[in-house]
Design a binder for this molecule. Structure first.
Ligand code: ADP
Ligand code: XUL
Length: 617
């Protein structure tokens, strides 16, 4: 099919291991993608998995790595014939928390780059720190405790900034940098995140661009719980001293509250070197998780489960629900005029023991075969509402984040009976085992425990918030709310058995992104969600900026979907249009009721396993 391409939108994603780009049409079709792999394509930096290791706990990457990756990325786009002159808007996503330090020379250097030479040859002097601490860094425990103490403890910090202190969060990282390299800190003019640094490089107009208000929530520095949102003076003072707090606020700069604001035009370097249109607009960058959230246009009470190396669960809410176990973020595409009451949020839950733990069980008991693993799950999974699960297995091979510090492997066989009508009694009477007598239970039990974890905690988030949710099924405690819909992404979402069990345990339809090609019809989409999500944001910002339309992000995406459906000769409205590009791949079956009845029991089992994990230390 040949169509004139018209206006195009570009999204970049600077993640841990690669820099990726997606090119989208004005109707949000994904037209092209390209990636630069840090280890493979830039071996001179010597990274492994995109990072380098220092003293215990230190994980970082060279600051020039993403700069040189930009050089290679745009060369590749040009070599592949991308019509870059038609790009009207661009936005970037970046790994969260990781900070970039700009020197006092940066402004001058950024405004005078020579289009005949690559960026990495010219920007060395623009940085006051040679490295970017990576989100996997864990060398800042002492700083975390100091930041929490400054505001009255972890709970208070979570209430103010959306998260208790985490080693990877930027506040603790800045504090450690200042302590270890005071001169380099003093020579720092501005501090940004990876997303705002890539945005700065896209504009190259001499200005270091501000951090956006969704990504800023990963810093432990931003007051979220107060209409006068802003840098928290007490935390800044804990990091930089009373006298240095104001200076630190200046270094951190002005935060972008409007995710669709034009922060600059594409730099002349891109215009002269790659033929960009000088009118191409640049919109605020955001974190990789907020960007993924946008690619699925999650509505309040919907969730996303990403089954990658680690598992990440995002729950979209219409109210602020800070909690010590997880992170609260502002929605990445709201405009500055949103009243406090109209603000949207999402909660993020990060689990270290995701795919690697599942793989471990597969390799140990099922000959490294997902087919065998799946067959075991299918054979034993509950098939009726009272076919209650009786095993629980906690595979905390790495010390986990949720629950905090849980470590070790714990397995139990339980026996529901009238005698144990209280879940805590039943849990304490459960038999601890090292292997299940029926080996097939190993596959089912790890999945059940992971998924009941996501079910239990997403229920708590919905129950604690003013977000509307689906009530639980008749006969099940009403304190177990359900997500209305779950989107599955990540490597393990290729496994339909896992998705089908997920639908039963979460009591919600499970969906995947699909894309349409005239030759094949709808197929599973395999594009990069982060770069696509920020390209959507650029499209939304452009609509508001150029057409002057005061339109919400979700509404604009819906309009684009309508246009796409109409192009295929279909008329879609209402819920149909929400399904455009999204396929329900699993719906709750009869076994779902059994899981709903076991959420409270599972919570009691987790409490017991956690207690035993702490005793074993
Ligand atoms: P990353 O977090 O690095 O982006 P991915 O999202 O690519 O990771 O997920 C990689 C993981 O996906 C692998 O560790 C693997 O265990 C898991 N995976 C891939 N295919 C399957 C499958 N069919 N069933 C279950 N897990 C799978
Ligand atoms: C989120 C986190 C990671 C990074 C990965 O808190 O640390 O998901 O954003 O790039």
């Amino acid at each position: 099919m040949t169509r004139t391409l018209g206006a195009l939108f570009l999204g970049l994603d600077c993640s841990t291991q690669s820099l990726k780009a997606s090119l989208l049409s004005a109707d949000l079709d994904i037209l092209r993608e390209v990636a630069v792999n840090f280890d493979k394509d830039l071996p001179q930096y010597g990274t492994k998995g995109g990072v380098l290791y220092g003293t215990p706990g230190e994980v970082f990457s060279p600051v020039m790595l993403p700069v040189e990756a930009m050089d290679v990325l745009f060369e590749r786009m040009q070599a592949a014939g991308w019509p870059l002159g038609q790009v009207k808007g661009v936005a970037a996503a970046g790994q969260q928390h990781a900070s970039v330090y700009w020197s006092t020379e940066s402004s001058k250097i950024l405004s005078s780059v020579d289009p005949s030479r690559p960026l990495h040859e010219q920007l060395q002097g623009a940085f006051s720190r040679e490295t970017i601490p990576n989100w996997q860094d864990s060398a800042t425990t002492a700083e975390c405790r100091a930041i929490e103490a400054a505001v009255g403890g972890p709970e208070a910090l979570a209430e103010i900034t959306g998260s208790k202190a985490y080693e990877r969060f930027t506040g603790a990282q800045i504090m450690r940098f200042k302590r270890l390299e005071p001169q380099a800190y003093a020579a720092t003019d501005r501090i940004g995140l990876v997303s705002s640094a890539i945005t700065t490089l896209l504009c190259l107009d001499g200005e270091v661009k501000g951090i956006d208000e969704s990504d800023v929530c990963g810093m432990n520095l931003w007051t979220m719980n107060n209409p006068a949102r802003g840098w928290h003076a007490g935390i800044l003072a804990a990091i930089a001293g009373k006298d240095g707090a104001e200076e630190l606020a200046r270094k951190l700069g002005t935060v972008e509250r409007d995710g669709g604001r034009v922060v600059g035009k594409i730099g002349q370097w891109f215009v002269k070197r790659y033929g960009f249109n000088p009118e191409c607009c640049v919109f605020p960058g955001t974190g990789d998780n907020p960007a993924t959230f946008l690619s699925l246009t999650l509505r309040p009470s919907e969730g996303l489960v990403s089954l990658g190396t680690s598992d990440v669960v995002l729950v979209s809410t219409s109210s602020y629900n800070p909690h010590q176990e997880y992170h609260a973020f502002f929605h990445p595409a709201q405009d500055a005029e949103s009243s406090q009451a109209g603000l949207r949020y999402f909660n993020m839950l990060v689990y270290k023991n995701g795919s690697l733990a599942r793989e471990h069980v597969r390799d140990r008991y099922f000959d490294k075969s997902w087919e065998r693993f799946n067959a075991a799950v299918q054979a034993l999974r509950p098939k009726a509402p009272f076919d209650l699960p009786m095993r629980a297995a906690f595979w905390w091979l790495l010390p986990d984040i949720i629950p905090d510090g849980a470590h070790g492997v714990f397995k139990y066989i339980s026996k529901p009976s009238k005698e144990y009508s209280l879940p805590s009694f039943e849990a304490s009477a459960a038999k601890s085992v090292s292997d299940f007598p029926d080996v097939r239970a190993e596959a089912l039990a790890i999945l059940e425990s992971q998924l009941l974890n996501y079910r239990s905690r997403s229920s708590t988030i919905l129950g604690d918030s003013s977000t509307p949710f689906l009530p639980s099924s008749p006969g099940v405690p009403s304190s177990i709310p359900r997500l209305t819909r779950v989107y599955a992404t990540g490597g393990a979402s290729a496994n339909r058995t896992i998705l089908s069990l997920m639908s039963d345990v979460l009591s919600a339809p499970v969906c995947k992104n699909v894309e349409y090609a005239p030759e094949t019809g709808w197929v599973d989409a395999d594009w990069n969600a982060c770069s696509v999500g920020v390209a959507y944001k650029a499209r939304w910002g452009w609509e508001r900026h150029v057409a002057g339309r005061n339109i919400g992000f979700d509404e604009l995406v819906t309009e684009c979907r309508q246009t796409r459906a109409a192009r295929r000769g279909e008329v879609k409205t209402g819920t149909d249009i929400q399904e455009e590009g999204i396929k329900v791949v699993a719906t709750p079956g009869p076994g779902s009721g059994a899981y709903e009845r076991r959420v409270e029991w599972w919570r009691a089992m987790e409490e017991r396993a956690l207690r035993e994990s702490k005793l074993a230390k």
